[in-house]
Design a protein around this ligand. Structure first.
Ligand code: FES
Length: 218
């Protein structure tokens, strides 16, 4: 809940202004120190206005192996002397593009397969015009024989659920598919589906009027 409120604030202001944090603390009846703890824990949140160009270079395994550190350091050297209000360049955890390193985020847009020249061009473009180019043309999707959804619509159950909001039907469809039953539980011959067990539990802790949410780790 706190994260969602902070995301909404940052979306509105571009960062988390101190007076807005105080107002939020009053609104949701949480100490402002708690909001600050959450905001400073996640690198996504900013407590100061963002620079014109905010660059994050992935430093996790795939990108690291392909030279993510070198890309970041060389880019820092190229823009040495730039003011912090214009440009910041930092490392960041995986950007979800591990199959196409190197990955960077520029002003919250994610680019894969980036090289030094492309990153420099993007930064210069943002600093000069404020404009950010579209992510580079994406690669063709590779068809894998192991893909169980080949030729089928993806995320059909989720799409149907978003339309209908009919949770019981969605869970029934998952159950009927037999695909999402955790192998570990199957080996242990656990009967019933985890969501059935979980959703039927009494919930002694409920935060204000927040609707109950069930998260299942597969
Ligand atoms: S390791 Fe770089 S995007 Fe995942």
């Amino acid at each position: 809940m706190i994260v969602e409120e902070l995301k909404a604030l940052q979306h509105q202001f571009g960062y988390l202004p101190a007076d807005q944090l105080r107002a939020l603390a009053q609104k949701i009846e949480v100490p402002v120190t708690r909001l600050h703890q959450v905001a400073s824990f996640f690198p996504h949140f900013r407590l100061a206005p963002p620079p014109k160009c905010n660059v994050l270079v992935c430093r996790d395994m795939s990108c690291h192996l392909l030279g993510g550190d070198k890309l970041r350091m060389n880019t820092e050297k190229r823009f040495h002397g730039a003011r912090e209000t214009d440009l910041t360049i930092r490392g960041v955890s995986c950007l979800g593009q591990c199959d196409h390193p190197l990955a960077v985020s520029v002003n919250d847009r994610i680019y894969a397969d980036v090289d030094e020249a492309q990153l420099e061009e993007m930064i210069r473009g943002v600093l000069a015009t404020g404009e950010l180019k579209e992510p580079f043309a994406r690669y063709e999707q590779v068809q894998c024989k192991s893909d169980p959804y080949h030729g089928l619509e993806r995320y059909a159950a989720v799409r149907a659920l978003v339309e209908s909001r009919d949770w019981d039907s969605a869970l029934a469809a998952l159950k009927a598919s037999g695909r999402l039953y955790p192998a570990k539980l199957a080996r242990r011959k656990v009967s019933g589906r985890p969501w059935e067990t979980t959703s039927s539990q009494d919930r002694p802790i409920q935060i204000r009027s927040t609707p109950p949410k069930i998260a299942l780790c597969q």
